[in-house]
Ligand binder design. Sequence first.
Ligand SMILES: CC(C)(COP(=O)(O)OP(=O)(O)OC[C@H]1O[C@@H](n2cnc3c(N)ncnc32)[C@H](O)[C@@H]1OP(=O)(O)O)[C@@H](O)C(=O)NCCC(=O)NCCS
Length: 158
Amino acid sequence: MPAARFQVRPARDDDRLPLALLFAAVAEERDGIASEPPIDVEECAANWKLDATFLAAADGEVIGSLHVDQTRFGFGEIGMMVARDWRGRGVGGALLGAAIEWARERGLHKLSLGVFAHNAAAIGLYRKFGFVEEGLRVKHYRRANGELWDAIEMGLLL
Ligand SMILES: CC(C)(COP(=O)(O)OP(=O)(O)OC[C@H]1O[C@@H](n2cnc3c(N)ncnc32)[C@H](O)[C@@H]1OP(=O)(O)O)[C@@H](O)C(=O)NCCC(=O)NCCS
């Protein structure tokens, strides 16, 4: 397969709607991210925190994003997603690498995140970048179908 062509860059104001549409599409999968449908796309777009959002774009289309929620306590919490058709082509790794570099430059001491225990792709990605499992939250998330899903806490000391 030819190398995937995409760019990683900070998000801008005009990315709000595409970011929200991607978020809604990933939520529809009801698998990797905590949010489930219905997503109010306009509200999601309006409330998107652009600061510390990195996105991946290909041919002008938003194909992935990562947000670092910087806390007052020196660590940042990560949330990320890649469009289904683009998974397994290095987009998540490029986003995570950019976020780690940015966090180091900002002087954060740690990045952390929560991931569903069944999410092998995300756990594999985080491990590849040095994140380690720090804890298990048992039956933490109640899903729309009533299931209770475990979540793993992971962290990377910078
Ligand atoms: C998790 C996610 C962001 C990964 O993004 P991606 O672009 O597919 O990841 P990459 O192609 O950059 O893969 C990087 C590494 O992740 C790991 N990985 C990716 N897909 C994997 C899979 N299906 N199984 C196991 N490991 C996988 C591998 O270590 C891979 O490195 P390698 O290619 O050298 O083997 C993507 O699957 C996604 O958006 N899923 C839905 C939303 C979600 O789960 N978000 C995270 C919530 S915590």
